[in-house]
Write a protein that binds this ligand. Structure first.
Ligand SMILES: CCCCCCCCCCCCCC(=O)SCCNC(=O)CCNC(=O)[C@H](O)C(C)(C)COP(=O)(O)OP(=O)(O)OC[C@H]1O[C@@H](n2cnc3c(N)ncnc32)[C@H](O)[C@@H]1OP(=O)(O)O
Length: 208
């Protein structure tokens, strides 16, 4: 298997996996962290018009500079910086793994201002996003056949606070043929905040 195939094999599957050799990109990871901070600052800011216009000019220059370096999915580095919290991507909130035994994971997460829904609460879609990504990683743990989300159900038990360190857990609850059921929970230090049940269906050869 070539190095390129090795990267493809691990396409966006990071939990329990090492960074494929030769794919580390610390400068890109730093860029992703900066974009993430930009998302938070942008969402929270109310700049005067001149600063808004100047910021737009600056970002448009950056977009133009990056336009010359677009690559296809096999060569993408975003989301594949497995050693870094946030993985060099800016979509899923950064999850810091504490334990993972192949079937269950415990981790910490904090939602920045970018993920605000309203009235101080994290957007419900961001919670589903967190669960889909983490439960999906458990379903696709090393050595397991590839699977995709068929169904994801989230129960929102309490308002989820921004900018607060929370604990997120997930574990495989059962496997029935091609169906892998993964459960998840999000907790503060005092409360259960949300729970999720995911069904991940193992792919057939022609669905890979
Ligand atoms: C290359 C792969 C890479 C993996 C990506 C990793 C990225 C990591 C990113 C992180 C992770 C992010 C992950 C993501 O976000 S993955 C992205 C979001 N998900 C998708 O795009 C999946 C789209 N759907 C499909 O492709 C097909 O529907 C699949 C493949 C899922 C099943 O279609 P297929 O034709 O193959 O199977 P089947 O229909 O015969 O069903 C089989 C069994 O399943 C049961 N069933 C099915 N659906 C449901 C349902 N909704 N509720 C309850 N049950 C359901 C069904 O009754 C049957 O049960 P049984 O009768 O046998 O008992």
């Amino acid at each position: 298997m070539s190095a390129a195939d090795g990267v493809r094999e691990h396409y966006n599957l990071w939990l329990g996996r090492r960074q494929p050799p030769g794919t580390e990109d610390p400068d890109f990871t730093r860029l992703a962290d900066a974009v993430r901070r930009l998302q938070d600052q942008f969402t929270a800011s109310r700049p005067p018009p001149a600063l808004a216009a100047h910021s737009a000019d600056t970002i448009e220059d950056l977009v133009a500079a990056l336009a010359g370096y677009q690559v296809g999915e096999p060569d993408q580095v975003a989301g594949r910086q497995f050693a870094a919290v946030g993985r060099g991507q800016t979509f899923v909130p950064p999850v810091e793994i504490d334990t993972f035994d192949g079937d269950s994971v415990t981790a910490r997460v904090s939602f920045g201002r970018f993920y605000l829904g309203s009235n101080g609460a994290v957007h419900g879609g961001a919670i589903s996003l967190l669960f889909d990504d983490l439960l999906g990683q458990v379903a696709n743990a090393p050595g397991k056949p590839r699977s995709r989300t068929a169904s994801l159900s989230v129960d929102y038990r309490r308002v989820i606070p921004l900018e607060t360190e929370l604990t997120v857990t997930a574990h495989t609850s059962r496997v029935e043929g091609r169906k892998v059921f993964v459960s998840g929970a999000l907790r503060s230090d005092r409360h259960l905040l949300a729970e999720a049940e995911g069904l991940f269906v193992r792919l057939l050869a022609d669905q890979q």
